[in-house]
Design a protein around this ligand. Structure first.
Ligand SMILES: C[C@@]1(CC(=O)O)C2=NC(=C\c3[nH]c(c(CCC(=O)O)c3CC(=O)O)Cc3[nH]c(c(CC(=O)O)c3CCC(=O)O)/C=C3\N/C(=C\2)[C@@H](CCC(=O)O)[C@]3(C)CC(=O)O)/[C@H]1CCC(=O)O
Ligand SMILES: NC(=O)c1ccc[n+]([C@@H]2O[C@H](COP(=O)([O-])OP(=O)(O)OC[C@H]3O[C@@H](n4cnc5c(N)ncnc54)[C@H](O)[C@@H]3O)[C@@H](O)[C@H]2O)c1
Length: 200
């Protein structure tokens, strides 16, 4: 069987979730930067005895709580998602074990066997978001694809979404009729006159 990405993507309301980042170095800063780029309203706490200057500035800007201590199990309390980024492999593995034991989602950054989930390449255009994964095989490809889609997805894609959202409210009929009307109306968008499987 050919290899295939079986990961299931979800779009988390991180505004309502508690995220903990363990560590405050380069990797922590990279993960935090991309998290906040996608989701500036994410609720994040960091725990680390040392932070980079730029990380402190970023944390201040986005209201992120910073605890200046070494990781302890008790810092997991109330957290839903945990990202471990320290330069001490044993600490990262301990975070992983502590989280698994408590059924918390955990990602040891850049360490696929110790990840319940992977961070993705993310493109946001208004209400539209595209997330990219290479199944952990090539983060560089995820980054390049992200850059590609940032270029090709038109800035005004959000106008279309908003217009269709308004139009959708005005359509009469039952659910099936509405679906049919919306599908008919948007056929041209994918550049084909005939769409064979309209529900796909
Ligand atoms: C997408 C992105 C999101 C983010 O970080 O938020 C992300 N990595 C990014 C960049 C990036 N990371 C690395 C490089 C250097 C080039 C290289 O080494 O390849 C570059 C590129 C660069 O910086 O140019 C180093 C690296 N990363 C991982 C490993 C281990 C391994 O591959 O085995 C190593 C080697 C460590 C070592 O050598 O020791 C692993 C993971 N990195 C992932 C995500 C997950 C898989 C995502 C997927 O399924 O594709 C996964 C599995 C786990 C995770 O961390 O979640 C972000 C781009 C964001 C953007 O630009 O939009
Ligand atoms: N820098 C990179 O781009 C890169 C790329 C691939 C892999 N890595 C690996 O990832 C790891 C982290 O790299 P980095 O560049 O972020 O390191 P770093 O030295 O910049 O940061 C490590 C951070 O972990 C914190 N830390 C150490 N012990 C801790 C503990 N007990 N509890 C909480 N925090 C603790 C430190 O205070 C520091 O903030 C390293 O093992 C490195 O080899 C780094």
């Amino acid at each position: 069987m050919e290899e295939r990405n079986n990961l299931y993507p979800v779009f988390l309301k991180v505004k309502n979730l508690e995220i903990l980042i363990v560590g405050g170095g380069n990797v922590a800063e990279e993960k935090l930067t991309f998290l906040l780029k996608s989701s500036p309203d994410a609720k994040v706490t960091m725990v680390s005895p040392m932070y980079r200057e730029d990380t402190i500035a970023l944390a201040k800007k986005f209201g992120i709580e910073m605890i200046k201590k070494k990781y302890r199990r008790r810092f997991l309390k109330g957290k839903h998602i945990v990202i471990a980024t320290t330069d001490v492999p044993d600490v990262n593995v301990q975070v992983y074990k502590d989280c698994r034991k408590r059924s918390k989602l955990v990602n040891v950054a850049d360490n696929p066997p110790y990840c319940d989930f992977y961070m993705g390449g993310i493109v946001t255009k208004g209400n539209v978001k595209v997330a990219i994964s290479t199944n952990g095989k090539s983060p560089t490809t995820a980054k390049r694809l992200r850059q590609f889609f940032e270029e090709v997805i038109p800035e005004n894609i959000d106008d279309l979404v908003k217009n269709l959202n308004e139009y959708r409210k005005t359509i009469k009929g039952d659910f099936e009729e509405k679906v049919e009307t919306l599908n008919e109306f948007t056929k041209g968008l994918i550049g084909k006159k005939e769409v064979e499987h309209d529900q796909d």
